[in-house]
Each structure stands twice: as structure tokens, then as C-alpha cells.
Ligand binder design. Structure first.
Ligand code: ATP
Ligand code: MG
Length: 311
């Protein structure tokens, strides 16, 4: 397989995963999607901007040992310095193939106070922007995947402003499904003029699905039918992620399911989801005018062409 990491400039599409509701698989989806895209040959940066640092915990990265999102925001490090690279042999943490990580930490809770003390014109909605510009300019990543927290924290709000794509995360439970209209409104607000009009809702991942539960199946059907994009396609990705206790077991080993149990049904679902994500991005890029185009995704090495093939 040719070395895809030496391409001169990668697209650096910023894709945030969010939903302002706790425990709806945001972190699990962000980590597994990053790993599935990495497996397929994409170079991915997984960026944890949650003060509860879920993605950092999944890979058992000790937050006190490294620069974190908070270090970047306070200027203690550049974004590049805070990147933990999967191919850094000296790193005492095992990261998945092609997936670099910027960890987070509890200290992020104090970001508002720290930044407003430093700069009286501090705008929380913009706190991630300089780092995103820096990371895109590196030209190193096909995707920068941001895992947001459940609160409307400065980093969550800023994620709406800096993202090209937003992916919603949901589980088939009443309280989660009830929060979907608010989540769609948050995206509509973020798209207002002067904010981030180019933000594109890429899709919704329905996860933790147990089809033996009739109510869960009913939620799946209702979400598919009711929430549609402008072209009438369902917002929900076709691939639904099943419930798998093996996900938690893998996290105990500092891994995603794709690494721990590559043949697991749910690992395959994440690979399928990664293909859908890429297909939707390619379809969206095709609708943009020339002046709106940024670098396109690099062609994949032949061995990994599957990522753009039909699911
Ligand atoms: N498909 C799944 N099958 C089984 N367990 C899952 C699945 N997806 C997520 N979980 C588990 O559900 C719990 C919550 O998931 P996760 O941390 O990804 O949610 P979250 O939305 O990021 O939460 P928070 O809002 O606290 O950041 C975790 O223990 C995770 O391991
Ligand atoms: Mg989380």
C-alpha cells in the first residue's frame, strides 16, 4: 500500500459530532468513526474538546501527561504541539492506525474564566478558530473529527462555528429523541449570516440499537421518516449501530471495538458508516461552486478503495 501520509496537502474537513444531551454515544461514534476512516486509509485527527474528556479516556491517554485542548486555548502550546501522533514510537499510548489525537482534560471546565481574564474581548464562540486554522494549514489530515460535550460550553459552541460538517448522535430512547428538534434548531442558528452559513448537517447516527425492543424499532422508523434533508433524503444515516457490550470491554483495554474485535458485527457497521459519511461528503462537495471548493479528498491507495465503494 502506498504511503498516503506523504500527500502534500489534505482536505482537512472539520466534522463535529454532537448533541446537547448526555450519554447518546457521541464519543463512541467519534472514536469509532475516526478509527474506521483511519483503517480505510484516511489520515484523521480526533480532537477531544469535552471537559469530561471521554475520547481521551477511550484510548487511556493520561490527560495530565500531555498538552491538551486547554493548553491550546490558553496559549501554553500550539495545536500542533498538542497532537499525539499514532506513529510516534516514543509515545506511551497505543493509538489506532492513521488516527492522531488531541486529548482533553478536566481543566477545560475553567476555560471561560481563564480566557476572559486574559482578554476582555474574548468571544467563547470563536475559541477553537485559531487552532482549527493552524491544523488545517498543516495539510496533514483528511478529517479533523471533533468530539463535543453535552453542555453548551464554549468549545461546543465554537465547534458549530468552525465545522464544515455536523453529525448528530442519538440513541433510541424517549428523552434523547425528544431533544432532536432542539439539536436541529442549534444547527439552524449556527448557520445564520455572520456565524457559519456553510455548516452542513451531514447526518444522524442512531446507535445502541436493539431491534428486539419494539419501541426502539419504532423510534428508528419515526426518525427516518420525520427528519429529512432538503433533497428529501433521511437525515439519519442508513447504517444503524447496534448495541454491543463489547464496546465497553474494548474501552477497558484502551481500544475501540474495531481494534479489539475487528470481526464483530458492530465493527462492520462502523466501517459501513464511514463509507456513508464519505459518500455524503463527496455528494455535498459536488454541489459546491468552484469558488467554494477547498482541496478535495486525496485518492485512496488502491488497497483501501473500499471506503468510497457502495456500502
Ligand atoms: N453501540 C453501543 N453499544 C453499547 N454501549 C454503547 C454503545 N455506544 C455507546 N455505548 C456506551 O454508552 C455510554 C455512553 O456513550 P458515550 O460516552 O459515547 O456517550 P456521549 O454522548 O459521548 O456521553 P457524554 O454526553 O457524557 O459525553 C458509554 O458507556 C459507552 O461505552
Ligand atoms: Mg462524550
Amino acid at each position: 500500500m502506498s504511503d498516503s501520509s506523504t500527500s502534500p496537502l489534505r482536505a482537512g474537513y472539520v466534522l463535529s459530532i454532537g448533541m446537547q444531551k448526555g450519554g447518546v454515544s457521541k464519543t463512541t461514534n467519534a472514536c469509532h468513526l475516526a478509527v474506521a476512516l483511519g483503517e480505510a486509509g484516511r489520515r484523521v485527527l480526533l480532537w477531544d474538546v469535552d471537559e469530561n474528556y471521554g475520547a481521551t479516556k477511550v484510548f487511556q491517554i493520561p490527560p495530565d501527561a500531555f498538552f491538551t485542548t486547554m493548553s491550546i486555548l490558553t496559549g501554553d502550546s500550539t495545536a500542533e504541539e498538542a497532537v499525539l501522533s499514532f506513529d510516534d514510537r516514543e509515545l506511551d499510548v497505543e493509538l489506532p492506525q492513521n488516527v492522531d489525537v488531541i486529548p482533553s482534560s478536566r481543566a477545560l471546565q475553567g476555560v471561560d474564566r481563564a480566557l476572559s481574564a486574559k482578554d476582555k474581548f474574548y468571544n467563547p464562540n470563536d475559541c477553537l478558530s485559531p487552532a482549527v486554522e493552524e491544523l488545517k494549514a498543516l495539510g496533514r489530515y483528511d478529517y479533523i473529527i471533533i468530539d463535543t460535550g453535552p453542555q453548551a460550553s464554549p468549545t461546543t459552541r465554537s465547534a458549530y462555528m468552525v465545522s464544515d460538517y455536523f453529525v448528530l448522535s442519538l440513541v433510541p430512547e424517549k428523552l434523547a429523541v425528544d431533544s432532536l428538534p432542539d439539536a436541529l434548531e442549534d444547527i439552524a442558528n449556527a448557520r445564520r449570516p455572520g456565524r457559519n452559513p456553510d455548516l452542513h448537517l451531514l447526518g444522524l447516527i442512531l446507535s445502541c440499537m436493539d431491534r428486539r425492543v419494539t419501541l426502539a424499532k419504532r423510534y428508528e422508523d419515526a426518525i427516518t421518516e420525520r427528519f429529512r434533508q432538503a433533497n428529501q433524503e433521511p437525515v439519519k444515516f442508513k447504517t444503524t449501530i447496534g448495541r454491543a457490550a463489547a464496546i465497553d470491554r474494548a474501552a477497558h483495554r484502551g481500544q475501540t471495538l474495531l481494534q479489539a474485535e475487528p470481526a464483530h458485527k458492530v465493527s462492520d457497521q462502523y466501517r459501513k458508516l464511514a463509507r456513508e459519511v464519505e459518500q455524503r461528503i463527496l455528494a455535498h462537495r459536488a454541489t459546491l461552486t468552484k469558488s467554494e471548493q477547498r482541496p478535495a479528498l486525496a485518492p485512496l491507495p488502491a488497497a483501501a478503495q473500499g471506503v468510497t465503494a457502495n456500502a
